[in-house]
Ligand binder design. Structure first.
Ligand SMILES: [Zn+2]
Length: 328
């Protein structure tokens, strides 16, 4: 291929762009235009990439139908995008087998804003966040951490896997910590940048997206590391919603002392039926241990979210209202 060919130049630009970003750069900020009336609608899915198995395809079909109905602006993936061990490189066919070939509905041909989960860290993380993947499927947008401003709402995507001590204390699996080491500097920098970005935000709605649950009554339970490190920042900066995957269920948990709600959408394929922890259920507004996904519709005064199962049935919905600061 001649060095001056457009493809080569694009690849070179992408590579330089990627390499030049220092590991501890400030959070990169991206924009996504809302609808003409300023409102926004999107779907949230997590823990999905299994080449269509474990009902991944059925969930994808229902997402396509709901995406059409709501005229969605984009899709958010809460991580664990490719099972069991992420992707092996930018040319790993699993990327197309589990993503491009599954989410084929017209309404899903939008940007997918994604973060990494712990299973993605078991593969080549640098490949999964490599912009070259967008040449294979232009919808793919995955970074360790970034912010997305839509005007009405700002989204803060945070890389939670390096926060969880268990992954550093067990030898059952190998994790790709390149670009994350040394861990202590990575975590303190990401927290500082994240807090700074939240403080600067003037969006009406602030939504944080991470892979691991802060609050959960499913298999993994609460994440102590995130309760200690993230929750004070979320509460101090008026975050409305924390969205996560990791536990293979759909759940809605409220807070006692703030309007912050904790939402799990991690039911994109294999679900963990019956795996419920004994816990304080007082703040649990909804829990479903089957497969499904979530929709969110945002206006200036209201955020409405809903969960759907593999049949497309609406199994739970709730509203957050700005003026009242309460959830129904
Ligand atoms: Zn996970």
């Amino acid at each position: 291929m001649p060095l001056s060919s457009p493809t080569f130049l694009l690849q070179a630009i992408l590579c330089i762009y990627f390499v030049l970003i220092p590991t501890f750069a400030k959070l990169q900020r991206f924009q996504h235009q809302p609808k003409h009336d300023g409102s926004l609608s999107f779907l949230v899915i997590g823990d999905w990439g299994r080449q269509g198995l474990y009902n991944q395809s059925l969930v994808a079909t229902q997402m396509g139908i709901m995406g059409e109905k709501l005229n969605i602006d984009f899709v958010i993936s809460t991580g664990d995008n490719f099972y069991d061990d992420g992707i092996k490189g930018v040319n790993d066919p699993i990327f197309q087998q589990s993503f491009s070939n599954i989410y084929t509905a017209k309404s899903l041909q939008k940007q997918w804003y994604s973060i990494l989960g712990n299973h993605d860290y078991r593969g080549d993380t640098i490949a999964q966040v490599n912009p070259l993947l967008r040449k294979i499927d232009r919808r793919w947008f995955c970074m360790r951490a970034f912010t997305l401003n839509t005007g009405i709402a700002e989204f803060f995507f945070i890389d939670t896997t390096p926060f969880i001590s268990d992954y550093f204390n067990q030898y059952e699996h190998t994790y790709d910590w390149r670009d994350v080491s040394p861990r202590s500097s990575y975590l303190s920098n990401i927290l500082k940048d994240f807090e700074e970005a939240l403080k600067k935000s003037s969006a009406t709605w602030k939504i944080v997206v991470g892979h691991h649950a802060i609050r959960s009554i499913s298999h993994h339970g609460d994440s102590i590391e995130l309760i200690e490190n993230l929750v004070p920042i979320l509460k101090a900066n008026g975050v409305d919603m924390y969205l996560n995957g990791h536990d293979h269920c759909l759940q809605h948990i409220s807070s006692k002392d703030s309007p912050l709600v904790y939402i799990t959408s991690g039911a994109g394929s294999k679900a963990w039926r019956g795996d419920i922890k004994e816990n304080n259920f007082e703040e649990v507004k909804f829990f479903y241990d089957g497969q499904g996904f979530m929709s969110v519709q945002i206006t200036v005064t209201e955020t409405e979210f809903a969960f759907f199962d593999v049949f497309g049935d609406n199994i739970h919905h709730s509203r957050l209202q700005k003026t009242l600061h309460s959830s129904a």
